[in-house]
Design a protein around this ligand. Structure first.
Ligand SMILES: *[C@@H]1O[C@H](CO)[C@@H](O)[C@H](O)[C@H]1NC(C)=O
Ligand SMILES: *[C@@H]1O[C@H](CO)[C@@H](O)[C@H](O)[C@H]1NC(C)=O
Ligand SMILES: *[C@@H]1O[C@H](CO)[C@@H](O)[C@H](O)[C@H]1NC(C)=O
Ligand SMILES: *[C@@H]1O[C@H](CO)[C@@H](O)[C@H](O)[C@H]1NC(C)=O
Ligand SMILES: *[C@@H]1O[C@H](CO)[C@@H](O)[C@H](O)[C@H]1NC(C)=O
Length: 271
């Protein structure tokens, strides 16, 4: 009996070794792909982001983190923030599968968002599903982040929320490019000229608060603008974006973070 057991053991060890050595490239890729993930039960999950690298400590030590619930009864309603001053121009762009999301990176500095006297250049945009921010506890199906930055690296992000419905026009323009990169992590594709105006960001009503990046290093002092108008996106379009996320959670939304008494404004400006 003991002899049989040890033969079985040796056989299974050999099988394991063969399996391991037959796909080293693949396991390497999985390691490299995600320094962090969205799986709550994982060492690399959101609860542990702050422990993965010393420079990611804000993910656990920050007190002004994002995303948050935009709770209508506690927001301050204002109108003096004005319409969003966005000045976008067509630019060459590259679509990248980052493993945890899909990002469209602009190759020029020609598009910007102006807040007060500061111009924040549109660098890249990427998608989270389901949405990261919630409104009165309600989560949406998709959230687009337009990431803007000054030369001194001050960051301002515009968030746009989507619910399932008719296809989104901007994503439909990227359909073939998304299909081409959605299966492999690290894949990149030049997509030629892209016009960010076609996202059709509505400018009059938005929430404004100070928070953080929603992915490591979770840096704070990010000026957030969440547009109140909810746009539509099709199930197929979300599916195409989701194939990039390879962990078990099938989501790339960071859990809600404490508001800690922060001021959240709702700007109701008639354009
Ligand atoms: C994070 O916070 C803890 C507890 O408040 C503190 O001991 C630690 O020094 C902080 N870490 C950093 C890197 O600031
Ligand atoms: C966009 O990229 C193409 C291909 O690389 C290049 O030929 C073209 O000049 C670029 N256009 C602009 C405005 O940079
Ligand atoms: C812009 O100016 C307004 C009015 O002075 C001020 O309340 C707000 O904090 C400023 N916003 C930013 C992001 O600096
Ligand atoms: C865009 O701005 C950044 C930072 O100011 C600079 O490093 C980069 O070279 C600029 N890119 C282009 C294409 O002008
Ligand atoms: C946060 O941003 C404000 C306004 O943009 C700036 O004055 C301040 O120095 C920043 N604080 C930190 C800690 O970066």
């Amino acid at each position: 009996m003991a002899k049989l057991a040890s033969i079985v053991l040796i056989f299974s060890l050999i099988t394991t070794l063969v399996l391991l050595s037959s796909c080293p490239a693949m396991s390497q890729e999985v390691e490299d792909e995600s320094e962090f993930n969205y799986d709550e039960g994982s060492d690399k999950g959101p609860q542990n982001w702050g422990n993965i690298k010393p420079e990611w400590f804000m993910c656990k030590n920050g007190t002004k983190q994002s995303p948050i619930d935009l709770l209508n009864p506690t927001v301050q309603i204002v109108s003096n923030l004005g319409a969003l001053q966005i000045n976008y121009k067509p630019s060459n762009a590259t679509l990248k599968n980052r493993g945890h999301d899909i990002m469209l990176e602009l190759s020029s500095n020609s598009s910007y968002l102006q807040i007060n006297e500061t111009q924040y250049v549109l660098k890249q945009l990427h998608w989270h599903s389901p949405s990261e921010h919630t409104i009165d506890g309600q989560r949406f199906d998709l959230e687009l982040h337009l990431v803007h930055q000054t030369p001194s690296e001050k960051i301002a992000v515009i968030g746009i929320l989507y619910r399932i419905g008719k296809p989104d026009f901007f994503l439909s323009l990227l359909k073939e490019d998304l299909e081409a990169i959605s299966e492999s992590n690290g894949a990149e594709r030049e997509v030629g000229m892209v016009d960010p105006n076609l996202i059709a960001v509505s400018r009059g009503q938005y929430y404004r608060y100070i928070g953080s990046l929603t992915t490591p290093p979770c840096s704070e002092n990010v000026t957030w603008t969440i547009v109140t108008e909810i746009k539509c996106v099709s199930t197929e379009q979300i599916q195409l974006l989701r194939t990039a996320v390879h962990d078990k959670s099938n989501s790339n939304a960071r859990p809600l973070q404490p508001v800690n008494g922060r001021l959240v404004q709702l700007n109701k400006y008639r354009v």
